[in-house]
Design a protein around this ligand. Structure first.
Ligand code: HEM
Length: 334
């Protein structure tokens, strides 16, 4: 991870050339970085190899959003309209790209402990947990999707908020320099001691949670307080609204204040749940937080960040919460 982050930051420095300060779109940079990290850490491949899958999934998201905004007639998805045919062919192409990727990288992953290696070992066991290739492809699809957008958005909003709140950026950088040094890559031990970075990330996840809401379907009749919920009813948990609720967070709920998470302060499970809640809670939350802490710490080690005059604040929901016109920031080498 640190090698991938370091290579991205080297490219920033080259992009700046002789300029002391230059503009980057943090959103684009972090999309590529998190794609690379998930490809490498989970599947032992690189962004270039997984690129086609990411591109196809982006097109899938656009088509899924269109469908979600349209009135749905049961069975309509089987009608061979132009969009439905494209949806089908995208799914086929993603599956065949992943199948090829598994064939190419599978052998070298077999002895490694990455996700693909573990799934391939599970495909060879004779116990009740044997996984078939189609199941492995399904899991890969989920991990590619879940691992890329969410972490990229956390990094993007954390960078923007640090640029807007220079006092927190300075505190976090001083701490990183003190704990990890100015030139060395942070490691697992010293990253744990970067309390301010952690607080900034947690507050970012409160104000700009990548997943805005969760949905659940009642499997049996239940009574939740006063309302009766019949089996089969779909419930929407408006995570973002709860994270901004003044009754929970106080009158300054809209303000960015990482000190809410000082001294590892935790909140009620139903008040703060950026990674979901219950048995379906995000399986990638630890890797996502390690990645985010590492990348933010490495950015702060090398650059000072300001919001660019060209940045337009327009958070937009595209499956995850993204900046509609990009996240333009000015970076200055230290
Ligand atoms: C900041 C980053 C991330 C956020 C905010 C996030 C958030 C979430 C949320 C809200 C859910 C739904 C949980 C629920 O329904 O209760 C979820 C599920 C999931 N996430 Fe993440 N996620 C992040 C990063 C990742 C990463 C890096 C991976 C992969 C390495 C990942 C893999 C998954 C998977 C596989 C699920 C489905 C779990 C299941 O249905 O059993 N996530 N995530």
């Amino acid at each position: 991870m640190s090698a991938i982050a370091s290579s991205m930051l080297d490219k920033w420095a080259v992009q700046g050339g002789t300029h002391t300060e230059f503009e980057i779109d943090a959103s684009k940079k972090f999309q590529t970085l998190s794609s690379d990290v998930i490809s490498c850490v989970a599947f032992g491949s690189s962004y270039e190899e997984g690129k086609r899958v990411f591109q196809l999934q982006e097109e899938q998201i656009k088509l899924a959003l269109l469908a979600m905004r349209t009135f749905y007639f049961p069975g309509f998805r089987f009608v061979p309209t132009k969009k439905n045919r494209r949806r089908h062919s995208l799914n086929q192409e993603i599956r065949s790209s992943l199948r090829k990727l598994i064939e190419t990288n599978g052998r070298k992953c077999e002895d490694s402990k990455n996700l693909l290696g573990l799934m391939l070992s599970a495909s060879k066991t004779d116990n009740g947990f044997k996984m078939g290739i189609e199941e492995i492809i399904d899991e890969c699809k989920t991990f590619y999707f879940a691992g890329k957008e969410t972490t990229a958005n956390l990094l993007t909003w954390a960078t923007l908020l640090s640029a807007l709140h220079k006092e927190w950026q300075d505190k976090a950088r001083d701490e990183v320099h003190q704990v990890c040094g100015k030139n060395k890559h942070p490691n697992a031990e010293n990253l744990n001691a970067t309390a301010f970075v952690n607080m900034v990330l947690k507050e970012t996840l409160r104000l700009y949670p990548p997943a805005l809401s969760l949905s659940r379907t009642a499997t049996k009749d239940v009574k939740l307080g006063k309302p009766d919920i019949p089996a089969g009813m779909q419930l929407n948990l408006p995570l973002v609204d709860i994270h901004h609720d003044v009754d929970i967070w106080g009158a300054d709920a809209e303000e960015f204040d990482p000190s809410r998470f000082a001294d590892d302060k935790s909140y009620h499970l139903g008040a703060y749940f950026p990674f979901g809640i219950g048995p379906a809670i995000c399986v990638g939350q630890n890797i996502a937080m390690v990645e985010a802490k590492l990348v933010i710490a490495m950015v702060l080690q090398r650059f000072v960040i300001d919001v660019s005059p060209s940045y337009v604040h327009a958070p937009m929901m595209v499956m995850t919460l993204q900046p509609q016109y990009g996240a333009q920031v000015l970076v200055r080498k230290i």
